[in-house]
Design a protein around this ligand. Structure first.
Ligand code: AHR
Length: 306
């Protein structure tokens, strides 16, 4: 007990107040991913959370090892940004048995939802559908599209593709003529776009690029310029994330549209773990969808975000 101005208070140790949370992050493949990591670390610090951070460098096996180590340490909760959608059942069951709540961050898994507390993420299908609807309106429903897919097997790539395809299937003159993974990286986007341009008459057959993220779109912009074409004019570009560099490219007239993916997912994830500790119910999906941005606000958005 401690006495303050004559009042006796129960003495609470810091460890009784602060949560210890393990965070298994995918890696640092994109500008968006780096912002998400920084935002979650900052939010943990603001709340006095002891965050045990592990960078999986794009490997699921590293994530599974990290989760097992968090479980062995008896953390109060786990944030998992799963690199791919499948293969999580066993380790999620282990966390469940240890009564450690797992919050999926940003990407989803195909496991039974009873194995995790909640998913804090955007609806990737809606993002893909929004990109396709905008492109259909922009091209009057006539466009041959080159698609730069994200990491193979990730929910972000699977669902963005399926959302996009579901909309263009309503337009007989819109079709995907090339589609390949650029692994969500700028270098991958550039390399794949170079091969598309070569295969499609130097790019003359390509009406638009749908890039599953901004970094691949930024790589594609470089490839298009090197091929002697004007990105955004000769080839329309739509992508997802809304990172500062894409707004700079848009303000410079080199890309056409981006859809925002909110990187500030730490707050709702920590709130969900707190709520579950208090025995409160938590929604299975805490959605964080963002709007589509066009060049008219790009310079202003760049100033706000850079
Ligand atoms: O899972 C979300 C995606 O992963 C982002 O769009 C991309 O930039 C990333 O790295």
């Amino acid at each position: 007990m401690a006495a303050v101005a004559g009042i006796t208070l129960p003495l609470l140790s810091v460890s009784a107040l602060a949560l210890t949370i393990g965070f298994s992050q995918i890696g640092s493949e994109s500008g968006w991913r780096t912002s998400e990591t920084e935002s979650i670390k900052a939010e943990a610090q603001r709340r006095g959370i002891d965050l045990k951070f592990s960078d999986a460098q794009q490997k699921q096996e590293n994530q599974i090892k990290a989760l097992r180590s968090f479980i062995a340490q008896g953390v109060d909760g786990i944030l998992l940004a799963p690199v791919v959608e499948t293969g999580w059942d066993q380790v999620l069951k282990e966390a469940n048995r240890a009564k450690i709540p797992v919050v999926l961050i940003d990407r989803g898994v195909d496991s039974d939802p009873s194995l995790y507390l909640t998913k804090v993420a955007s609806d990737f299908k809606e993002e893909g559908a929004l990109a396709a609807s905008w492109l259909a309106a922009r091209t009057n429903g006539k466009c041959d599209i080159a698609e730069l897919q994200g990491t193979v097997g990730s929910s972000a790539a699977i669902d963005r593709k399926s959302g996009f395809d579901s909309v263009i299937s309503n337009f007989p003159n819109m079709k995907i003529i090339r589609s390949q993974s650029g692994d969500f990286t700028r270098a991958g986007g550039k390399e794949v776009m170079e091969s598309f341009l070569k295969a499609e008459n130097g790019g003359k057959n390509i009406c638009a690029v749908f890039a599953h993220n901004d970094d691949m779109a930024l790589g594609a912009i470089l490839a298009i310029k090197e091929a002697g074409l004007k990105p955004s004019k000769d080839i329309i570009i739509v992508s997802i994330d809304a990172v500062p560099d894409i707004f700079k490219a848009m303000a410079d007239g080199e890309t056409n549209a981006t859809i925002e993916l909110n990187p500030h997912l730490g707050g709702p994830a920590f709130d969900a773990i707190n709520a579950s500790k208090k025995g409160e119910s938590v929604d299975k999906w805490i959605k964080a969808n963002g709007p589509l941005y066009l060049p008219d606000t790009a310079a202003e958005e760049y100033q706000k975000r850079k």
